[in-house]
Design a protein around this ligand. Structure first.
Ligand SMILES: Cc1cc2nc3c(=O)[nH]c(=O)nc-3n(C[C@H](O)[C@H](O)[C@H](O)COP(=O)(O)OP(=O)(O)OC[C@H]3O[C@@H](n4cnc5c(N)ncnc54)[C@H](O)[C@@H]3O)c2cc1C
Length: 456
């Protein structure tokens, strides 16, 4: 017990400065003003490894749960109260329910019909091959995030309600990192830890603190619209996707059904300043289906377009949006956030032998980054290629929608989305699919450059 109290005294360090905490986070390599006892800086003998997870979204909560379950002393920081939702469509694949033990009662809608609309408004039923038990789960992020956070807490993670304002990076390989934060009661506090997992989203302060470099971002804009009952019925179990230069120069627009309303949104990378024009255009396209609806919320947020140049530095690892794990083409990030958090947490547990020894950058690279890249990098590259080929202009988009009508294409797409593994193909069908792809592109007069890109 005495050892426990001493340990808590070592880790929670009240900050006495009267200056306002700086929100501007430049890489921070200055030496510590806060002294820590020799035992906490030179080794972890007599105590467990301490980890701070910054951000309590799907990435952070999954990381914290894995760390706590594996015997690491874990501190999970979240600035928002449970009622605040991260701007998001809230669509997750079927495999996430089983893999992350997400109860069915958290799901608002089980979407088993998907329609894709071409620039000329040709609609294709994209969900024809879904089996009776298969669906895309639609949920509210405040519900999912609160659930995952509480579960991390009940596994043993200490949940700290507060805004992390600064991360002090040590100069020695065994000295602690100091996390400075503003607690709920506005008091400013600090805590010393051995390992940091940055799960603080697309505007990650942790990434800035370790000079992880930046990434290109899309901006996504979304309106939550409450529809009259008879209009909502149409979207009961249906999601819609729209492509065309009117709704986005390089992405798709969507109508996703939520608990008692629909989310109508769009995104773009290259013409962010025009995002409101594109939003107006998607509202125009769906006008008859949403007329009489009332906008109840407007939200916008960046979406990373590719992994950061640096995802591990020292004993700090980035996961989820902070690392840049959102797929192109589909804009999917929730599953990859939770998965990367879990993999990173497990990597720390493994390398530290259940929290018994200090870890280093090499451990994080080997046990987390290498494993992640081996599993997912080709998926990310493939979807990047698809986005470049098919979202480039309206002719390409017409070809994309035509292809989406093909049942084999649908089966392969849903198998890989819902189960996050490459579906077993059929050679003959694969040959037909390539022929159909070329046929669609040729009919859409996409020759030359676009074909070269497809082959590359
Ligand atoms: C409009 C829109 C629609 C989307 N739709 C979908 C979709 O339908 N399906 C899908 O799979 N993906 C979707 N995405 C992407 C998805 O939202 C993200 O990929 C996912 O949320 C990433 O999870 P994360 O845990 O890494 O980060 P986040 O969910 O961003 O969580 C980060 C957490 O860190 C906290 N935090 C940040 N800074 C601090 C700090 N300094 N101190 C303390 N706490 C902090 C935040 O409050 C937040 O809770 C969408 C994104 C947008 C913008």
């Amino acid at each position: 017990m005495a050892a426990q109290i001493h340990h808590l005294q070592c880790t929670f360090l009240p900050s006495y400065s009267t200056k306002k905490p700086s929100l501007e986070l430049k890489p921070h390599f200055r030496s510590f003003k806060i002294s820590a006892s020799k035992s906490s800086t030179s080794s972890i003998a007599g105590r467990k490894l301490r980890a701070a997870v910054i951000g309590g979204g799907p990435a952070g909560s999954s990381a914290a749960e894995a760390l706590a379950a594996g015997g690491i002393e874990t501190f999970l920081f979240e600035r928002n109260p449970p009622s605040v939702a991260k701007p998001c469509g809230g669509a997750i694949p079927l495999c996430m329910l089983e893999e992350f033990n997400i109860p069915l009662e958290l799901i608002d809608r089980q979407v088993n019909r998907v329609k894709i609309f071409s620039p000329s408004n040709i609609a294709v039923d994209f969900g024809k091959t879904l089996k009776s038990h298969e669906f895309i789960a639609m949920l509210r992020r405040e519900v999912l995030d609160s659930f995952l956070r509480s579960r991390a807490q009940s596994t043993g993670a200490n949940l700290i309600a507060g805004l992390v304002t600064n991360l002090e990076v040590p100069t020695s390989p065994i000295s602690p990192y100091i996390v400075h934060y503003t607690a709920k009661n506005n008091s400013r506090r600090s805590i010393a830890v051995d390992v940091v997992i940055g799960a603080d989203g697309a505007n990650s302060r942790v990434a800035k603190s370790i000079d992880a470099g930046s990434y290109t971002c899309a901006i996504a804009f979304q309106e939550r619209i409450k529809l009259p009952d008879e209009k909502m019925e149409y979207y009961e179990n249906l999601a819609e996707m729209y492509v065309g230069s009117d709704v986005s120069p390089d992405f798709y627009a969507w109508v996703f059904p939520k608990c008692d309303h629909v989310a109508v949104g769009t995104g773009t990378v290259c013409l962010k300043q025009d995002i409101k024009l594109y939003q107006r255009a998607i509202r125009e396209r769906v006008k008859p289906k949403i007329s009489g609806g009332k906008v109840i919320k407007v939200e916008a947020h960046p979406i990373p377009e590719h992994p950061r140049p640096v995802r591990v530095r020292g004993r700090v690892a980035l996961v989820g949006d902070a690392a840049g794990y959102v797929t192109k083409c589909s804009g999917e990030g929730i599953y990859f956030a939770a998965k990367s958090g879990k993999m990173c947490g497990n990597a720390v547990v493994k390398a530290s032998e259940g929290g018994m020894k200090m870890i280093d950058e090499g451990d994080l690279r080997r046990e987390y980054l290498k494993e992640w890249d081996a599993k997912y990098i080709s998926t990310f590259r493939f979807l990047d290629l698809l986005q470049r080929v098919f979202y480039g202009n309206n002719a390409c988009r017409e070809a994309l929608v035509e292809l989406c009508g093909d049942e084999y294409v649908q089966r392969m797409s849903f198998e890989s989305y819902l189960y996050k593994k490459l579906a077993d193909g059929d050679r003959w069908e694969d040959v037909k699919m390539v022929t159909n792809t070329i046929g669609s592109l040729m009919r859409s007069k996409i020759l030359g450059k676009e074909m070269e890109r497809l082959i590359i």
